[in-house]
Ligand binder design. Structure first.
Ligand SMILES: [Zn+2]
Length: 308
C-alpha cells in the first residue's frame, strides 16, 4: 500500500540524539517503513520557540545537514520527492516555524536554496511572521511580504499552528492553495486540543482554496471520553466526509512530535490502520485518496496551480 504523510518530527530527534534514520526506536525508521510499498514523508525541522534570529537559522542548518547526510547514507531507500531517483521512499524537507528565516527575505531564500518545500508559518508563539496558536495577534508587515515571496518561489505554506486571527489574515494575503499539514477538526471535547484544531469555517476556506488537511495522531487533538485511538480517527474521518472533504483530506501523523495511541504507534502500524478502516466500512477508493493520492496530487500540482 501507498502512504503519504505531511508531518513528522523524526529528523530533529535523529539529529539531536545522533540516531540513524535507517534504524532507531522512534516512530519512524526506514527499515520499518518497508511495510509500505511506496511512501512519501514530509520531514519537518521543528524550530523551538526559544530560538529566534541567528540561533534559529543555526539550528535549522545543523538539522538540515543531518537530513541530507542521512539521505546520502541511505540513498538506495530514500531520495528527495523532487528528484527522479526511483526509491521506495521519497522525502520532502519542511520547516516548522518560519523563524528559521531570521525575519528576512534573504533568510527565506536561504531556506529555498536548502531545498525546503513547505513552511509551517509559526509554532505556538509569535515569530517575525505571525502569531501562533497559543498567542494573541496576527500577521506582521514582514509576514505579508514573506507569504508573497514564498508563494512566488513555489514553497507550500502551512497554516497548522496559526491562531485563528493569523489564519484568517493569511487566507486574505495568500493566493495559492495551502495546507494544514497536521491539524484536525474541532469536534473534540479537549480544551488544549481545541486551540490547534480547525473550525468548520477554517475547513471550508481550505476546501475552497483547493488545499490539504493532514490528520494529526496526537492524542490531545483527537481523543476524549467518547473516542480514542482508531475510533478517534474514524470520528474525524466521518466529520470530514460529511463536510465534503474527500479530496482534501490526508495524514500528517506528527510522529516523533507527540504522544500517540498504541494502535497508531509507529510507521509499521499504517498498513494495519488501512485494514482497520476497511473493516469499519470506509471505501477502498476513499482510503487510497486519504493515505496517498490527495497529498501526492497536491504536491504534483501545486507549483502550477494559481487562483489568480
Ligand atoms: Zn506541530
Amino acid at each position: 500500500m501507498r502512504y503519504f504523510d505531511l508531518h513528522c518530527d523524526t529528523i530533529g530527534e535523529c539529529s539531536n540524539n545522533n540516531l540513524s534514520l535507517r534504524k532507531n526506536a522512534l516512530h519512524i525508521d526506514l527499515e520499518r517503513a518497508k511495510a509500505l510499498d511506496k511512501y512519501t514523508q514530509v520531514f519537518a525541522i521543528w524550530i523551538p520557540d526559544q530560538f529566534r534570529g541567528k540561533a534559529a537559522v543555526k539550528y535549522f542548518d545543523k538539522t538540515a545537514d543531518y537530513f541530507y547526510k542521512e539521505l546520502e547514507k541511505n540513498g538506495e531507500m530514500i531520495s528527495l520527492y523532487s528528484s527522479d531517483e526511483n526509491t521506495p521512499i521519497k522525502a520532502i524537507l519542511s520547516v516548522e516555524g518560519g523563524s528559521a528565516c531570521c525575519g528576512t527575505i534573504e533568510g527565506l531564500h536561504h531556506l529555498y536554496e536548502r531545498g525546503v518545500g513547505l513552511i509551517t508559518l509559526t509554532w505556538n508563539a509569535p515569530n517575525e511572521i505571525a502569531c501562533g496558536a497559543f498567542s494573541e495577534g496576527g500577521f506582521t508587515k514582514f509576514g505579508k511580504e514573506f507569504v508573497k515571496e514564498a508563494e512566488r518561489l513555489g514553497i507550500t505554506l502551512d497554516v497548522s499552528h496559526l491562531n485563528r486571527q493569523s489564519f484568517f489574515e493569511f487566507a486574505e494575503i495568500s493566493k495559492k492553495p495551502f495546507v494544514a499539514s497536521h491539524s484536525n477538526a474541532d469536534i473534540v471535547n479537549n480544551e488544549y486540543g481545541r486551540k490547534r484544531n480547525l473550525t468548520p469555517e477554517q475547513i471550508k476556506i481550505i476546501k475552497e482554496r483547493k488545499g490539504l488537511i493532514g490528520l494529526n495522531f496526537c492524542r490531545e487533538f483527537i481523543e476524549d471520553e467518547n473516542a480514542c485511538g482508531v475510533d478517534a480517527i474514524c470520528r474525524q474521518l466521518d466529520y470530514f466526509l460529511n463536510s465534503g472533504c474527500e479530496d482534501i483530506i490526508a495524514f500528517g501523523s506528527d510522529f516523533d512530535g507527540c504522544t500517540v495511541h498504541t494502535d497508531l504507534w509507529g510507521i509499521e502500524k499504517i498498513p494495519i490502520l488501512f485494514k482497520k478502516l476497511i473493516n469499519k466500512g470506509f471505501g477502498e477508493a476513499f482510503l487510497k485518496k486519504l493515505f496517498y493520492e490527495n497529498a501526492d496530487n497536491f504536491f504534483l500540482n501545486n507549483k502550477t496551480v494559481s487562483l489568480d
